[in-house]
Design a protein around this ligand. Sequence first.
Ligand code: C2G
Length: 153
Amino acid sequence: MKKIVLTYGTFDLFHVGHLNLLTRLRELGDYLIVGVSTDKFNEGKGKKTIVSFEDRLKIVAGLRCVDLAIPEESWDQKTKDIEKYGVSIFGMGHDWEGHFDFLKDQCEVIYLPRTDGVSSTAIKKTLQALDKSHVSDLKKALDLISSIVERFD
Ligand code: C2G
């Protein structure tokens, strides 16, 4: 009887934190299913993504540790997916600690430590700082500040 593990996420700008989690979840069972949030579902989460759902799904599906990638379209599909796929373990990173304990009557629920120092948000911020148009805006702001400072000298 295969031990099926299930998780969900946005997986935007896929990074090592995502990979560590998926690898660790896969090691807990024999088959890992990953629900990837659709763009529409992310709008509901208030999450703006850089990488399209199609590409995020393809990247996750292409990972050696992932056996099946499915769309995540709603918060309440977890219960149905656990039933449909005969899931034994539902796992998430510990930033979700407690949020999915209601699934405990269907399967084991675990929260694994997040990987520190990396997040899609931090990557976006770094890219913004390096963006040329952003740098010219910063330069304009600096020129304005120095002209104001000069007036007070
Ligand atoms: N994660 C991690 N370490 C990081 C960043 C993320 O372990 N440095 C984990 C998160 O805890 C989550 C998974 O990677 O379990 C995916 O993270 P996100 O793509 O940010 O997913 P999120 O937007 O939290 O969506 O129904 C659940 C939601 O779809 C989860």
